[in-house]
Design a protein around this ligand. Sequence first.
Ligand code: TRP
Length: 364
Amino acid sequence: MQDQIDQETQEVGTFEATVERSRQLEAQLVKTPHEFRVLTGDRPTGRLHVGHLFGSLQNRVRLQDLGVRTFILIADYQVLTDRDTFENIADNVHNLVIDYLAVGLEPKPGQTSIFPHSHVPELNQLLLPFLTLVSQAELGRNPTVKEEIQSAGLTSINAGMYTYPVHQAADILFCKANVVPVGKDQLPHLEMTRTIARRFNERFAGNLPVFPEPQPLLSKAPLILGLDGSQKMSKSRGNAILLCDTEDTTAALIKKAKTDSERRITYDPDKRPEVSNLLMLVSLCTGESPEAIADRIGDGGSGQLKKLLTESLNAYLKPIRARRKEIEQDPERVRDVLREGIREARELAEATLEEVRSVMNMNI
Ligand code: TRP
């Protein structure tokens, strides 16, 4: 029991330290954006939603606009770790790019690149030396992997599932990214990337490190719950508002959102998570504090809250949806973005793989 408590205290302590380091990193990013390379990734499993927008997309656009070199990796191989279907991968990749462009990511050579990792063979090849730097026991201990196995209800687990955090290290290190914006669930993966970078440098690179140990940048955005108010917003849970939804669909979804039986609207995330989540969404759209919005609605009840959210969210998403429609008409533009992203990623990956071969004594 004491052991367990010690372990928990230690984990909380570690997490607090991570939060603090992330805060300092944030300040440095603003001061010297050109010293950083940011890499983030998404699996192409469906359309992006409002939770992604407020939770991560806006932050990526902000970093890009600060002038930070930005890599957006589409982790298409990772889709195969926990599902059988792959029919929709191409369509999902295409729509991810549309969503990225619609929210304000602007691919430019040397500035922002978007690419699927399946098209960057030299990146994937890094997986082979990296796999020799971690033990099977370490792979089996990853809490996020364990949770994903459980929530996907997998009875037979493929080796890709246990090894994808090592693949993710290749995703991050091929371009020597030093900052990775993440949610809490991705921290174990980033720790593995740091371990791999450190062990690689120690084992092969003597006094000239090949890889940086990338730092996590924790999201400051509040966790956006789904319209059921009980869990994180996610398309697979059917509780999400998609960026590509119409205004009418948005209105219908909000109308069905779960609230509680108390008429007076108050902001109390612990006791009234559903109502508070809706208030937070209004707040993110209008900039007004959730408490002030609650006061203004008062006895107007959840009907008025939902009406306000529908109006504010549809207004907020209007320019994004208009851009989305426009880009949808131009599939060649989306392909160009990917082709250019792949070209740049390959150039970097080739140079890194060359260095890696060289320190491993594999040059001919
Ligand atoms: N595992 C991440 C997720 O499920 C996706 C991902 C793949 C990623 N490669 C990455 C995230 C590299 C950050 C960096 O969301």
